[in-house]
Structures are given as structure tokens and as C-alpha cells.
Write a protein that binds this ligand. Sequence first.
Ligand SMILES: Cc1cc2nc3c(=O)[nH]c(=O)nc-3n(C[C@H](O)[C@H](O)[C@H](O)COP(=O)(O)OP(=O)(O)OC[C@H]3O[C@@H](n4cnc5c(N)ncnc54)[C@H](O)[C@@H]3O)c2cc1C
Length: 396
Amino acid sequence: MDFSFSRAELGFAEEARAWLEANLPAAWRRDHCWTRVEEPMWLEIARAWQRLLHHGGWAAVAWPREHGGRAATPVERWLFDQALDEVGAPRPPAASYVDLIGPALLRYGSEAQRRRFIRSLLSGEELWCQGFSEPGAGSDLAALRTRAERQGNTLVVNGQKVWTSHADIADWCFLLCRTEAEAPKHKGLSLLLVDMRSPGVTVRPLRQMTGEAEFCEVFFEDVRVPGELLVGAPGAGWQIAMGILAHERGPVWTFTFQRKIRRSLEDLLRTARAHPAGVRALRDPVLRQRLTQVWIEVELLRLAGYRSLTRLLRNAGEPGTESSIEKVLGSETDQHLQELALDVFGAYGPIVSGTHAIEGGDRPRAYLYSRSETIMGGTSEIQRSLIAQRLLGLPR
Ligand SMILES: Cc1cc2nc3c(=O)[nH]c(=O)nc-3n(C[C@H](O)[C@H](O)[C@H](O)COP(=O)(O)OP(=O)(O)OC[C@H]3O[C@@H](n4cnc5c(N)ncnc54)[C@H](O)[C@@H]3O)c2cc1C
């Protein structure tokens, strides 16, 4: 593992910071990267910001230049994400999908698909959602039943997806569906690009226990999709989907998440020092042990991120099974932290509003949200099974 940066990498980071300083309007800055939870005007601001990033050539820094990127190395990409966080930029809704459907289009998409979708993906003009999970197919994704049947050059889609994040604001969905009913479970799947405004698409937001509605149910009823919107070969959907999921759990996720948890821990310590219940808690030997343990886990996550990044440099840019370690470590560390935060403030911890609420009620919200983190992008149980089978070589 090499912790030092080359001159080129340092030069890249300096250029990025200078551009961000010159182009991010002051009114859009916070003290860290922020999302819709923190600001009701997030979507409007974030879209405008994504447009600026695209015009400046910073929307997908690690992509090849011919597709609108800067051919940045994984280390430069990481430095850029860090710079975005330091200037407190909004996190555009397109950003995570640039990392998901983007690489799939570059690798498996047709020239016509790249011409049609890449520019609007990078500029945030069109937003995307990921249509994988179904009521009967989450961990066992290959059990999915949404089907697309060929009628001439059209594919007719019927079925239901669930937990589809941002489906309520998305223009397009990358949909994993069954195209070959007779083929073995993993072989009959394909990836299809579906216009969310097509007749027959119904989106119903789902309210979470935090009070927000970040994800939705999506119903497809005789939705007609032109055959040229199938990505890659028919039946290649599983392989493409696995590549997308590996990016969802790769080092980009690890570093973003690590910064979020570290900041949350620092905020907790600051708030605790200024609150009578917190001051008492910071003297409590058991709570002190737990605080120290979380700090160790946050540091471990940072180091695991470096290891992943080093591996990425050696593996020509593709995240491996090891990213499952970071997924488990990161999501479980945040849960430990948010449980601890409620305990630090005793009876004040769970108060969600009013003058007694800690950090304006953000703590209980963060606690409730953290429950989803060991589920999204593959549950902790599934990650542990992957680690057991692929890294430890244990029997299936
Ligand atoms: C915040 C959030 C956002 C999401 N966004 C999206 C999205 O945009 N698009 C999308 O397609 N999906 C999305 N999901 C869905 C997510 O991918 C699934 O929830 C996840 O894969 C688990 O599937 P499931 O909910 O069907 O649970 P299940 O698979 O039914 O699992 C239920 C429980 O059984 C355990 N289990 C299941 N199988 C095994 C096994 N073989 N061994 C051991 N334990 C097992 C699981 O670990 C879990 O504890 C999102 C989820 C969340 C929480």
C-alpha cells in the first residue's frame, strides 16, 4: 500500500480545488457534501450543479476523454471526491447513477446507446433509477420475475420492482428482467433501458420510518420498449448487473461513507461536550469504551478503503469481492455510532423535534436511517457469505 501521492496526482487535486472554488456558488455550499435530507431545494440546486460539473468536464473524471471524462486514475478520482466534500458541494442525484449505469453503458452499450444517453446522464438532464429488486427477489436477485417478451423489434415488459430509489424523479430506469423464460435462472436475464414516462409505468413512493419517501414501488404493465434499448447481448443481464453491484460497493462508496461517519462522530463529540447529558456520558467508562471502539472502526474503514484503492489500481479499475468487507464494516460501524449517539444523550436522544431535540432531531433520524444500510446494496448476511466462499474458500 502506497500512501504518498505523485506530482501528477497532487497537480490534479490542485486543479480540481481551484475549479471548484471558482465555480461552486457560495449559496450552494455546506460544511460537507449534502443531499435531499439536508435541504428541500436539493433537487433544483443539485441538477444545476451537475450541469456545471458537466460543462467544466468534471462530471465523470475517471472516464475516458472521448466520453466526457478526464482519464483520471482511481487515486485522482478519490482526490476529486474529497475536494467535493471539502468545498461542501451538493451531491447530485445523477452522481451515483453515473457510477452505476455509466460503466455498464461504456462497456456493454451500443454506439447508438452511448450517443443517446451518456451526455444527458453526465449533465444530469436525465435522471436514472435502478430496477433490480422485486417483492420476491432481493438477495436472491436471479429469482426475479419481471419479464420482457419480444414482439417484432419491441420488448413488452410486465412485472413489479420495489425499493427503487429515486424512481419518483427518474426519467429512465435500467431494468433487470427475464427475456428467456426457458433458460437457466441466471442465464435468461437482460438489462433494458426503460423510459419512465412510457404508458403502463406506475410509480408509488414508499414512506420509510424516517418519514421520507426515498424509494418506490414501480409497476410495469404491457410497457413497450424498443429492442435497441437492450444493453449487451440478450441473456447477458446477470453479468452486467454483477458489474453494476460491484461498483455500488467499491472504494468510491467506502470513502464517501467513511467521511460521512467520521463527521457524524466528530459532531457527536462536539454536541456532547456542550450538553449536560453529554458531559455526563463522556465521563462514563462504558460509553467511553464504546466511543473509542467506534473511532477505531472508522479508522479501519479508512484503511480498508486505501487497500481497496490499491487493489483497484492493480486490477485495471474493477472492484473485487473484497469490497464486501468494506460494505459490512461501513454499514455496521454507522449503526454502532448512531445507537451510541442516542445512548449518549439518554432521555434526550430519541426526541425528534422541539427545543430539547439533539442536533435539531437529526440524531434519531440518522439512527433510523442507519438500519437500512446493512440491507441496501446487498445485506450483511449476503456479504459475509460472499467473503466466506470467495475469499476464505469455505464450501457453499
Ligand atoms: C435504502 C435502500 C435503497 C435501495 N435502493 C434500491 C434500488 O434503487 N434499486 C433496487 O433494485 N433495490 C434497492 N434496494 C433493495 C435492496 O437491494 C434489497 O433490499 C436487498 O438486496 C435485500 O433484499 P430484500 O429486501 O428482498 O431482502 P431478502 O432477500 O428477502 O432478505 C431478508 C433477510 O433474509 C436474509 N437472507 C436472504 N437470503 C439469505 C441467504 N442466502 N443467506 C443468509 N441470509 C439470507 C437477508 O440477509 C435479510 O436479513 C434498496 C434497499 C434499501 C434498504
